[in-house]
Design a protein around this ligand. Structure first.
Ligand SMILES: *Cc1c(COP(=O)(O)O)cnc(C)c1O
Length: 431
């Protein structure tokens, strides 16, 4: 399988090139040249199979030409080493809980898969691969934990000193092993600038093998398709299925659309946004107008220029009408999100996090006009990751799972550096 760039001004790439480069040479996003179809045999047996079995079958359809069966099986089974239960909330609404992995957020799926695929493609090289990540909080923890203990790869996380919450910071500063954290005396933009400059530095790149693990990498986006098949298979038989996705950069939703294109009979998709409603505006006006993001209580979706928009449009041949027919948009203010968390807890005792709350409410609204269908939404983070917000809304003191509190007890190990590029470069060359 070859991969093309959504900008179509870069040559076709192999899977290996696409995974190690991340972004295509023309700054476009990689897409598979051909979308494989899964046949009726596959769907007929779906309900009897485990999440990992289903995922391996989907992965084989996509990556089977490029990675042999045994290593592909290890990548899939190792990456998906946690449960993804579908929980019934009401008669027609189900929650697909994607937050049972190491950092208790759905980004664990993509980050763990990418880490293992990168390791596979660099397995014969002597020099270690250096993954550089700049983070304002959440990406750093998913990537660091995704790569933790993966041989042949070192992860360097750069974050702004004093500007990341304690729980987030603990998730990438206490790991040790092949993960190291740099506290940069500056802001997030400084961290990002340092990483970008390192990738452009010819001398440094001749001496160190550098790569990124950012969210546009196709090996982070594609594995997210697996759990749509699994979620669908757990739904009551014979029902039409709607899927609602809390969206920021839209990688997660794009993976769902890919699953549908591979044959998964999802009837309709919903993109649920917080106040950053750029995509909803697009659906309403046919104009894509990125704008600076605003801060909300569902902060992992505070995105003003969704990076996977190009992939979505590519899937629909850049045809507005087709995209708008396949996807509905909803947007919720902080006040509305709070109201939803409160109402759902009062009515069902189900604890929503602010991101899942947007998707849950969008699904409820949509189903009011489609009385036959049922649906599931993606619960992308454990509510305890947003404990302060959730406690404040509900007046509770919710329990922090052992997995999260264990991070907090770990010993912080970081190196403080200035925001000057020379210092960062020296660190990379001398360590
Ligand atoms: C990153 C994130 C999202 C948004 O996912 P995208 O793929 O960027 O649309 C939603 N919820 C949580 C908890 C996240 O961390």
């Amino acid at each position: 399988m070859k991969y093309y760039s959504t900008n179509r001004r870069a040559p076709l790439s192999t899977l290996r090139e696409a995974v190690l480069k991340g972004l295509a040479g023309d700054n476009g996003l990689y897409m598979p040249e051909r979308i494989p179809q899964l046949g009726s045999d596959f769907f007929a047996t779906l309900r009897r199979r485990t999440f990992r079995e289903i995922s391996l079958e989907v992965a084989t359809a996509l990556f089977g030409d490029d990675i042999a069966a045994a290593p592909l099986r290890s990548i899939v089974y190792d990456a998906l080493g946690f449960d993804v239960p579908l929980v019934k909330m009401t008669g027609r609404i189900y929650s697909l809980e994607l937050f049972h992995g190491p950092t208790m957020a759905f980004k664990d799926v993509g980050a763990r898969f990418l880490a293992r695929m990168m390791q596979y493609f660099t397995r014969n090289e002597n020099a270690a691969t250096n993954v550089l990540v700049a983070t304002s909080g959440d990406t750093g923890s998913a990537v660091a934990n995704g790569f933790l203990g993966v041989e042949g790869v070192t992860v360097t996380v750069l974050y702004p000193k004093g500007l990341v919450s304690k729980i987030q910071e603990s998730q990438f500063t206490t790991l040790g092993q092949n993960v190291r954290a740099l506290e940069v005396e500056g802001v997030f933009d400084d961290c990002q600038r340092l990483v970008k400059q390192a990738f452009l530095d010819k001398e440094l790149n001749a001496r160190r093998r550098l790569t990124s693990a950012n969210s546009i990498n196709l090996a982070r986006f594609i594995p997210q398709a697996f759990y749509y098949f699994w979620g669908w298979a757990q739904m009551p038989q014979g029902s039409e299925v709607i899927v609602s996705v809390p969206s920021g950069n839209f990688g997660n939703l794009t993976a769902g659309l890919l699953a549908q294109r591979m044959g998964l009979p999802v009837k309709h998709f919903i993109a649920a946004n917080n106040a950053n409603d750029i995509f909803l505006q697009y659906l309403q006006t046919a104009k894509f107008s990125p704008r600076p993001s605003v801060a909300t209580i569902a902060n992992a979706m505070d995105v003003g220029n969704p990076s996977n928009f190009a992939r979505i449009m590519d899937l629909y041949g850049n045809d507005y009408a087709k995209a708008a027919a396949a996807i509905s948009g909803y947007s919720y203010s902080d006040a509305q999100i709070r109201e939803v968390v409160k109402r759902v807890f009062a009515e069902t005792r189900y604890l929503l996090d602010p991101h899942g709350a947007c998707a849950c409410e969008a699904l409820r609204e949509y189903l009011q006009n489609d009385k036959e269908a049922k649906g599931f939404f993606l619960a992308t983070a454990h509510p305890a990751k947003f404990k302060e917000t959730v406690d404040d809304i509900l007046g509770t003191d919710i329990t922090v799972p052992e997995k999260l509190s264990a991070f907090m007890r770990g010993k912080k190990q970081t190196t403080v550096i200035s925001n000057r590029y020379e210092d960062f470069k020296a660190f990379l060359l001398n360590s």
